[in-house]
Design a protein. Structure first.
Lengths: 650, 313
């Protein structure tokens, strides 16, 4: 069957060009004017839609004003200068905030975490990033609870009403995969230009994992607990909030963590639409080609991410303590009170001693021009070698693959994908895979779409080739894994811009530089899920293998990798999602893919065109996701494992 | 000098307060983009407005995405819309009636293909554009990706510029690669200059690059409006864009409500002008001599009191 299909495909590819030109490029007349339709709807929504008394835009502007209140409070506390309803909010100062964070770390898991969290904030202060970091933190502190709360509620609703749950899944896919530039303009019109719009955009991108994890976690609540809840006569409301949510708490915290990470991912783009903060510092340092300053601001983002992530993980692991019997408010809430004391003392001290409020300029560190000089040194001395290596990859791998993919007829690709869908998951999947491919082709963006597939495809392949061996290597070694984790966390939160500009100097603008950025970003899930899978392999099976005389090589290839295959496939899926979400960034170093198309549309203020390109990205993601998911289920079934699939754990 | 400046500001404040009686105390929001010249222009305007007693706020915004904000009145003033790159978006915005063109800044934008002077050895015919048609010359500019064609590094797609069209219309053996961002564009230039390597790219002025590095602009057939709109005009009878890029004004634009809400500020913005030479010198101070934008703006204001005092009368 596959052989026959491949033969037909090859025949179409080789000889179809003259007979069936429309199979290679959808004729203009056949392309539905999607962009104009979407623009029309958006125009109506932003300019005319109303509910009688007020317009849709009034409503969104009201939401924006509501979100602005907590933001201004957070901003005032963290960095000062904000007023809420005309009342100025006094700043806590850098020392106070650092102590509070350290205290929180201590409460959640003791001294090491206190040192880590406090240290991260101290690092930010000592490198002179404090003001910007607090601006960023203020928007994160508002966006994360909203994302967690909204995601939780949607997830609960999706769990309670199965139909609703099924209906929102495609929207979650779209929210996560459509590049933000595609819907930036309507958001700016609806929510105003500034930090609130940036937060809304952050929410759209960072909330879906929370919803997915909530639905998955609630599903996994053991039946006995649910039955118990029924027996003691819980109302549906009690059932949800008193039984289901608490028992799913641990998984829910994974969602919280993802929301934090993804929110910090957005700071660069948020800074382009008026959010300021660390993202702005990174951008402005790099446009002066001041790599040192860019790196310092970038690592301040990483420090924030790691501090917040470790704190949230500690909160997830922390078991509710036994009720404290001490009487009195002091005995019951020792930490709350000490936190309040620190807060008040630091604020007051800050008013008296400026050094407590603003970290003194004389105590700041900076790497100065060191990094720029490093890049210059490499550039002058090693450029030819780098260029030769780059050209070898470019000419032998990248360009041939790109040419090959672009030359493929859309009709044939749609056919093959339909067949794959049918074999892996039956008629519905076949229809989905084929249908979406045809939709992409009918927008006339086939070439851009194939460039996207080529860029992301090769990057994913490289990421897996690097990630798998590293994963295998570190899965068994706890200490090594801990340091690898810090590296992949850094890769995930350090803005790509920071290493992209030096990369541009050494590798020039183009696909190769873009590839480096995508691989660096997509490496994290490739390693993470491989480790997850390998660590989950039943040790008894490995023992059995040893007893039967397997060599170490056989144990890895025949037992551990095979059993970990479902998780590795899930890792592959996530690697693809991450790669696709880097398209926005790669557009900034000049690739000609769908990300660039989105970017062009943004510059022409053509929301319809941008969304069409954005939807194409989403469709590619959905096709890849569904096919891999189906393959993972099949491999699970073949291995005799139950099909629980952590598929939704984005 | 400082005390002189402070006294000037005090005078301005005193003079300003009475005139401001009926004007709104809401902040006037000026947009900041990602190139130094624009930061200087904007902060110059902002500091002058502050000196006149207005409440001023700077907002970081994307060059083109900002029009959405200007139309709704979330943003108020954009100080640099280049004839060369922003005309389309500006016309679309002013057509809605919510955005107005407040006139020219006095600076002339120049944008064109640019090469470092050492490239003349490989391509002796330069700066005449016809030298680029020579295959040997194009090859000198080529890289593995583009050979046998030459490589021209264009600006980010958001800047427009019609370089693909120009290459096609003038039949140049070049491939247009887009840099994606301003930073990427000049990272490549810096890298090439460090190594004395071939490069042909989009450079604009006022900017520090043409001041810092020795080089020349390619001389294309002169731009005319018809050349862009009418295929029949120009060298190539079938295609438009068979000429160089337009050199033109840099415009100030504002939300249409500004004039009513802050009439005094509006006339100050209207009066604002600065010369290419002044701006070039200020950009050099910031990008090459490491001064901050604030410092450079303060120095200019101290040295040109009479000028900006005139704007806020």
């Amino acid at each position: 069957m596959w052989i026959a299909a491949t033969l037909v495909f090859a025949a179409l590819w080789l000889w179809g060009g003259e007979v069936l030109p429309w199979a290679f490029e959808v004729p203009r007349a056949w392309r539905p004017p999607f962009a104009a339709w979407i623009s029309g709807v958006l125009d109506w929504l932003t300019k005319e839609a109303h509910f009688g008394l007020f317009t849709f835009r009034d409503l969104t502007r009201f939401i924006s004003a509501v979100i602005d209140v907590p933001y201004q409070i957070a901003l005032g506390l963290l960095s000062g200068g904000a007023t809420v309803f005309g009342v100025p909010v006094p700043p806590v100062g850098w020392l106070g905030v650092t102590l509070l964070v350290a205290l929180l770390g201590f409460v959640l898991s003791g001294l090491p975490l206190a040192a880590l969290a406090g240290g991260a904030f101290f690092f930010i202060a000592i490198f002179g990033q404090w003001t910007s970091a607090m601006l960023t933190l203020a928007s994160i502190l508002v966006a994360v609870p909203l994302g967690v709360g909204g995601g939780l509620l949607l997830g609960i609703a999706g769990h309670r009403w199965t139909g609703f749950g099924r209906a929102i899944v495609p929207f979650l896919d779209l929210m996560q995969t459509i590049p933000i530039f595609a819907y930036l303009v309507p958001i700016l019109i609806l929510f105003g230009f500034g930090p609130t719009s940036a937060m809304i955009a952050t929410l759209i991108y960072a909330m879906p994992p929370m919803t997915r994890i909530t639905m998955l976690a609630l599903q996994r609540v053991p039946d006995e607990i649910v039955d118990l809840g029924r027996m003691i006569g819980c109302t549906p409301r009690q059932m949800t909030w008193r039984v289901m949510v608490p028992s799913a708490q641990e998984a829910l915290m994974v969602g919280v963590n993802q929301v934090i990470m993804l929110s910090l991912n957005m700071v660069i783009i948020a800074s382009m639409i008026g959010a300021g903060g660390l993202g702005f510092d990174v951008l402005s340092a790099l446009r002066r080609l001041d790599f040192g300053a860019g790196l310092e601001a970038g690592f301040a983002i990483v420090a924030l991410a790691i501090a917040l992530d470790r704190l949230s993980q500690a909160a997830a692991r922390r078991r509710p303590a036994a009720p404290v019997s001490n009487e009195g408010i002091v005995g019951r809430h020792p930490f709350l009170l000490s936190a309040l004391t620190v807060l008040i003392l630091a604020t007051l001290a800050g008013l008296a001693v400026p050094a407590v409020q603003t970290y003194p300029e004389t105590g700041r560190l900076s790497t100065g021009t060191f990094w720029s000089e490093v890049v210059e040194y490499i550039n002058i001395n090693y450029f030819d070698e780098i260029e030769a290596a780059k050209n070898a990859v470019l000419l032998n791998v990248l360009i041939p693959v790109k040419r090959f993919l672009i030359s493929l007829p859309w009709l044939g690709v749609a056919g093959l994908l339909t067949l794959a869908g049918w074999r892996l998951g039956g008629p519905r999947l076949a229809l989905l895979a084929g249908g979406l491919t045809v939709l992409v082709a009918s927008t006339g963006l086939w070439e851009e779409a194939m460039t996207t597939v080529y860029l992301c495809g090769i990057a994913v392949l490289i990421a897996m080739l690097i990630g798998l061996p590293i994963g295998i290597l570190v899965a068994e070694r706890d200490r090594l894994w801990a340091s690898v984790r810090v590296i992949i966390d850094t890769l995930q939160t350090l803005p790509a811009f920071v290493y992209l500009m030096p990369a541009v100097m050494l590798f020039r603008v183009g696909d190769f530089t873009a590839m480096i950025a995508i691989v660096a970003f997509a490496l994290a899930p490739a390693i993470r899920y491989t480790v997850l899978g390998l660590r989950g392999v039943d040790p008894a099976l490995i023992e059995a293998g040893k007893a039967m005389g397997c060599t170490p090589w056989q144990i890895v290839t025949r037992i551990r990798l095979r059993l970990a295959m479902p998780e590795i496939l899930l890792g592959l899926n996530q690697t693809i999602m991450f790669a696709l979400s880097m398209l926005v960034i790669t557009a900034l170093v000049g690739t000609r893919d769908l990300g660039q198309e989105v970017y062009i549309a943004l510059t022409k203020a053509d929301a319809g065109r941008g969304l069409v390109a954005g939807l194409c990205v989403a469709f590619i993601a959905i096709i890849a996701d569904r096919l891999i998911h189906a393959a993972a289920s099949r491999s699970r079934a073949q291995l005799g494992l139950s099909d629980g699939g952590g598929h939704d754990a984005a | 000098m400082t005390s002189k400046r402070i006294s000037a500001i005090t005078v301005a404040l005193l003079a300003g307060t009475s005139a401001l009686a009926q004007e709104s105390a809401d902040p006037i929001k000026l947009t900041l983009h990602d190139w130094t010249g624009q930061l200087i222009t904007t902060q110059l305007m902002g500091e002058v407005l502050k000196a006149a007693g207005y409440n001023v706020e700077y907002v970081q915004a994307d060059y083109l995405a900002q029009f959405a904000g200007l139309e709704t009145g979330d943003l108020h003033v954009a100080m640099e819309i280049w004839e060369t790159t922003g005309r389309e978006a500006m016309d679309a915005a002013t057509a809605t009636g919510d955005v107005v063109n407040v006139g020219a800044t006095g600076m002339q934008a120049k944008e064109e293909w640019w090469y470092p002077i050492y490239m003349k050895e490989l391509c002796p015919g330069l700066p005449n554009w016809e030298a680029l048609k020579d295959p040997a010359c194009a090859e000198a500019f080529g890289t593995a990706e583009t050979l046998p064609k030459g490589r021209y590094l264009g600006g980010p797609v958001t800047w427009g510029g019609f370089d693909e069209e120009r290459v096609e219309a003038l039949d140049l053996p070049f491939e247009v690669i887009h840099a994606g961002t301003d930073a990427a564009l000049f990272a490549e230039l810096e890298s090439a200059i460090q190594r004395q390597a071939p490069i042909l790219l989009w450079v604009y002025a006022p900017h520090w690059a043409p001041a810092k590095y020795e080089g020349e602009w390619v001389e294309f057939p002169e731009y005319t409006a018809e050349c862009y709109t009418d295929p029949a005009s120009g060298l190539n009878p079938d295609l438009a864009y068979d000429c160089g890029k337009p050199f033109g004004d840099i415009w100030k634009v504002a939300w249409s409500g500004v004039q009513e809400k802050w009439p005094g500020a509006y006339s100050a913005i209207d009066a604002f002008t600065v010369s290419n030479e002044d701006m070039g010198a200020m950009i050099t101070e910031v990008d090459l001599n490491g001064k901050t934008v604030e410092q450079v703006v303060a120095d200019w204001m101290a040295a040109n009191e009479a000028t900006w005092q005139g704007w806020i009368q």
